[in-house]
Design a protein around this ligand. Structure first.
Ligand code: PFF
Length: 447
């Protein structure tokens, strides 16, 4: 494999650049609005522990496999499978990944647009323009959804047009530290408020009696979506990684960062929910925590409005800016997958590929904008089923078609003797047997 060929497609400038970009893909809406309530409803600290185990035992091996495939071939997900095997069926795994990327991006853009519209909602509310605030935050208004989807997709396209190091790496190097800083500031503010400690206790105190098969499977599904696995996003990002770098270590850093942000998001959301409850805002419905869009777009804005004044506006605006940034670092990875496919396989110049594919996906987002009930369906088919299915196929491909010995050759660049280390030996068992079986079991259960 000529390194020159790889470098013409673009390269990360540094390992930090790769880790931040991959962590940016992983850290997204999933971490901030799904993880905390899922943890609180399912045994708090006990769920957290199971989630950590799922991320590191099931997610981490698959992540290493994806990055190894990408870096070995220096190709998009479809081209990578073509390069590693002459069997014409294997590139279908990459095709499935590209399709999942397109479909997930189409609905993710609409939801990301909502988080962006709420930045304005908070500003209007603080300015006393309540009617405007109510109008702009109406997620049932198709035209508004469409406008914010266009705005969000425009940001995503403009970053992808910039290329790997000047676009994706530069954007994530700015956005990720900012996201981290905002998250810490908001946590600091919320947990200083009287009444927040009840939320902390619910989040952190382990209730081991709640651990059962359903909980373990819920934790695994969440881990998979949250780590951006199963659709070749990390094959693509891995294809821009230098051969000097230590893949097992970089993958560990990405997994660690994603779980850290999910954990921190819980320190923000749960105390905030209990603050909201103390102010008379409903946080339980039918015995369950209000979760997902209702939590983010009703409970928390009600809390920010109750804080009121300049402080309420600052907290509200920064919270929705945080969500928008987390979403943006994920949407760029989702768009990069089909764009890299078009660049490698059809020799479309990057700028044109980003524009054409971005606009094509936006057309689907516009349909969803007027039919938001589709979001649940798309999420079910392409995230809940599509990503684990891709994860099983990628694991089986590495284990039995490409073969772990070849994968080890790749993983040992930058990590001498990895195959003989404990992590290396464990990885082999997991990628050959445990990951595919456990993910398959989880998938069958979801039917
Ligand atoms: N990991 C993202 C989140 O937690 O919101 C979602 C995601 C992004 C999934 C990119 C898959 C992907 F390729």
């Amino acid at each position: 494999m000529a390194d020159k060929e790889v470098s013409t497609r673009g390269n990360w400038n540094s390992k930090v650049g790769f880790v931040l970009a991959a962590a940016g893909s992983a850290v997204g809406l999933g971490n901030i609005w799904r993880f905390p309530t899922e943890a609180a409803s399912n045994g708090g600290g006990a769920f957290l522990l199971i989630y950590l185990i799922c991320c590191f035992l099931i997610g981490y091996p698959v992540m290493m496999a994806e990055i190894a495939i990408g870096r070995r071939t220096g190709k998009n997900p479809v081209g990578a499978f073509k390069a590693l095997s002459s069997n014409k069926l294997y590139p279908l795994i990459g095709m499935w990944g590209v399709l999942c990327g397109i479909m997930i991006l189409s609905f993710y853009t609409v939801v990301a647009g909502w988080t962006f519209s709420y930045v304005f909602e908070e500003i209007f509310f603080a300015a006393g323009m309540n009617d405007w605030a109510t109008w702009i935050s109406n997620t049932g208004n198709g035209w508004l959804n469409a406008i914010f989807s266009v705005a969000f997709m425009a940001c995503t396209i403009s970053i992808i047009r910039g290329g790997v190091s000047d676009g994706i790496e530069r954007a994530t190097k700015t956005l990720m530290p900012l996201l981290f800083g905002i998250l810490l500031l908001l946590i600091g503010y919320v947990i200083m408020q009287p009444g927040s400690s009840e939320g902390l206790a619910v989040y952190l105190q382990p209730d081991f009696s709640k651990i059962n098969a359903n909980l373990i499977f819920a934790a695994m599904g969440q881990a998979f979506f949250s780590l951006s696995l199963g659709m070749g996003a990390l094959i693509t990002y891995g294809s821009y990684l230098s051969r000097k770098e230590n893949v097992p270590q970089a993958a560990a850093l990405v997994t660690f960062t994603d779980t850290l942000v999910a954990f921190l998001a819980g320190l923000l959301i749960l105390p905030a929910m209990y603050l909201a409850q103390a102010k008379g805002i409903t946080i339980f419905q039918d015995g369950q925590f209000v979760a997902g869009p209702d939590l983010i777009f009703q409970v928390l804005p009600a809390l920010f409005h109750d804080i009121g004044g300049l402080l309420g506006a600052i907290v509200g605006v920064t919270f929705f800016a945080l969500l928008s940034m987390a979403a943006l670092t994920s949407t760029i990875s989702l768009l990069e997958v089909p764009v890299s496919y078009a660049i490698d396989e059809f020799e479309v110049p990057r700028k044109r590929a980003a524009m054409l594919i971005g606009i094509g996906i936006l057309v689907i987002s516009l349909i969803i904008s007027f039919n938001t009930a589709l979001i649940g369906w798309f999420d079910y088919i392409f995230s809940a089923i599509g990503l684990p299915l891709g994860g099983i196929l990628i694991s089986l491909f590495v284990a039995y078609a490409w073969k772990t010995e070849n994968a080890f050759d790749e993983l040992e660049l930058g990590n001498n003797n990895f195959r003989h280390s404990i992590v290396g030996k464990t990885w082999k068992i997991f990628i050959m047997i445990i990951c595919p079986l456990v993910i398959l079991f989880n998938l069958l259960r979801s039917f």
